[in-house]
Design a protein around this ligand. Structure first.
Ligand SMILES: NC(=O)c1ccc[n+]([C@@H]2O[C@H](COP(=O)([O-])OP(=O)(O)OC[C@H]3O[C@@H](n4cnc5c(N)ncnc54)[C@H](O)[C@@H]3O)[C@@H](O)[C@H]2O)c1
Length: 448
């Protein structure tokens, strides 16, 4: 058998220990995703729930050759903050504490929320930076006031500094769980930090509230992940600021529900060279997110994020006979009776040998926030890890969690869930100086 060590990619990066508490800052703290995440962590801490869906808590990672049978839990393999070390804070445009907000969100059973009343009631959101110009269907009053967007940024920075002092946390991360803002394209105000700061002082209309949170976070040395499809961190001024301050950033739009299914199914079809005539996706949902997306300007942001997935995965430019001519449509319909229990239908028209047509129907009765909560947890823990491992800028290895992964200039985003998972696990191996796993495996057969 060949000596595996010869091909070592060992780098032995030094990872700082996660000593002290980790502060978790959440814009949109009263929403369905945020409250389901926080209540879930509280339940797991008390032993009354399991972290299903979370890689940091449940997944294993193979180290070395298959014959070594060494597959520790990720959380035992690499130094992650523990669930007991998380301390929550956040902002929302409604003043409800997390107990009231969880009941309103209606994701978790009433009895379960009741059992967590005491820790949830203690969590009250700070007044938000918000404007109806960017989320038209909401009208909360729990807001900060300021003459300029820079004034608002300063107030957020003060909130972050006060929380750090009062809670005694040693490190912080921020995850945007706020509503989807209207579609904004990159413009000159996003091109550099100087232009952006000038824009903050002059109330530039292309600076959305989510961008003000990002600015405050990065100024305070806090890594940031974006769970919504807004532009919030995905432009040069913020990418440069992240690099300059040595901070990891990730985004955008949590990959749950229908898009998760797409990125599971599409790579399978493509890997077998099955052609595609069309993919029609429709959803009904009745939560606050659905209400926000009922506004065409917020929907446009979501639509862009959802549509790009297939285009990149099928690579029509490389496979024109199979994928250059398919019809792709995504619909989201606000239907209040459903609450958070969304229903999604996909009709997929495919074709095989000699062009013979076939169909696949998917009817996914999912719970969006139940799928999103473990993503928030993993992003919190992995962003903190990335910071301690000296990784900064875009964290492409976290693409696994996003519908519309951020990527470097000149690269296309990788959407295939299985490539994303391999990349994530190899990044963890790399951080620890372990052998990367390529799945070549010739050495098992004495061929190397
Ligand atoms: N639920 C999912 O599975 C899922 C999947 C992918 C992406 N997302 C995105 O995650 C975000 C949260 O989803 P949700 O289902 O919890 O929605 P939600 O409407 O229940 O929660 C969003 C919260 O953000 C608050 N908010 C809005 N603007 C704010 C601001 N400027 N500052 C502070 N708070 C603000 C709202 O008041 C609300 O409480 C949405 O953008 C959604 O599109 C959700």
């Amino acid at each position: 058998m060949a000596d595996n060590k010869k091909k070592s990619t060992k780098k032995n990066k030094k990872i700082q220990k996660p000593s002290g508490k980790l502060g978790v800052l959440i814009p949109g703290m009263g929403g369905a995703v945020a409250t389901t995440f926080i209540a879930g962590v509280e339940a797991i801490r008390r032993g009354i729930g399991k972290p299903v869906g979370s890689l940091t808590q449940m997944a294993r990672i193979r180290i070395g050759k298959r014959t070594e049978k060494n597959s520790p839990l990720i959380k035992e393999f690499i130094e992650l903050a523990g669930l007991d070390d998380l301390v929550f804070a956040g902002w929302d445009i409604y003043p409800d504490n997390c107990y009231e907000a969880s009941l309103k969100a209606g994701v978790l059973e009433k009895d379960q929320v009741e059992a967590l009343r005491e820790p949830l009631e203690r969590l009250k959101p700070m007044p938000a930076v918000f404007s109806r110009d960017y989320v038209k269907n909401l009208d909360g009053k729990h807001l900060k006031k300021g003459k300029t967007k820079m004034d608002l940024a300063r107030q957020l920075i003060e909130d972050i500094e006060n929380f750090k002092k009062e809670s005694g946390v040693s490190r912080l991360v921020m995850v945007w769980c706020g509503s989807t803002e209207v579609y904004i394209k990159q413009s000159p105000v996003h091109a550099s930090l100087t232009a952006f700061e000038k824009g903050l002082k002059e109330n530039h209309p292309d600076i959305a509230p989510s961008m003000i949170y990002v600015y405050a976070a990065l100024k305070c040395g806090v890594p940031y992940a974006n769970g919504a499809p807004n532009l919030s961190v995905d432009f040069p001024a913020m990418m440069d600021l992240a690099k300059k301050n040595g901070l990891p950033i990730a985004g955008k739009d949590f990959k749950t529900g229908q898009t998760l299914m797409k990125t599971i199914l599409a790579p399978g079809l493509k890997s077998r060279m099955i052609g595609l005539h069309g993919w029609f996706s429709t959803n009904i949902l009745g939560n606050r997110d659905g209400e926000v997306l009922d506004d065409p300007y917020s929907f446009k942001t979501k639509e862009e994020s959802k549509l790009s997935v297939l285009e990149y995965m099928f690579q029509p430019e490389l496979y024109p006979e199979l994928y250059s001519d398919y019809y792709h449509k995504v619909r989201i319909n606000y239907y209040p009776p459903r609450g958070d229990a969304k229903e999604a239908w996909d009709n997929i028209d495919i074709f095989g040998w000699l062009g013979y047509p076939m169909q696949i129907k998917v009817n996914f009765l999912c719970r969006d926030s139940i799928l999103a909560a473990p993503i928030v947890l993993d992003l919190v823990l992995f962003l903190d890890l990335a910071r301690r491992a000296g990784f900064d800028g875009i964290q492409e290895w976290l693409s696994f969690y996003f519908k519309s992964p951020m990527h470097g200039e000149g690269l296309y985003p990788e959407h295939d869930l299985f490539i994303q998972l391999m990349k994530l696990k190899n990044t963890l191996r790399y951080m620890k100086g372990e052998e990367l796993i390529t799945h070549l495996g010739l050495d098992y057969y004495d061929l190397m």
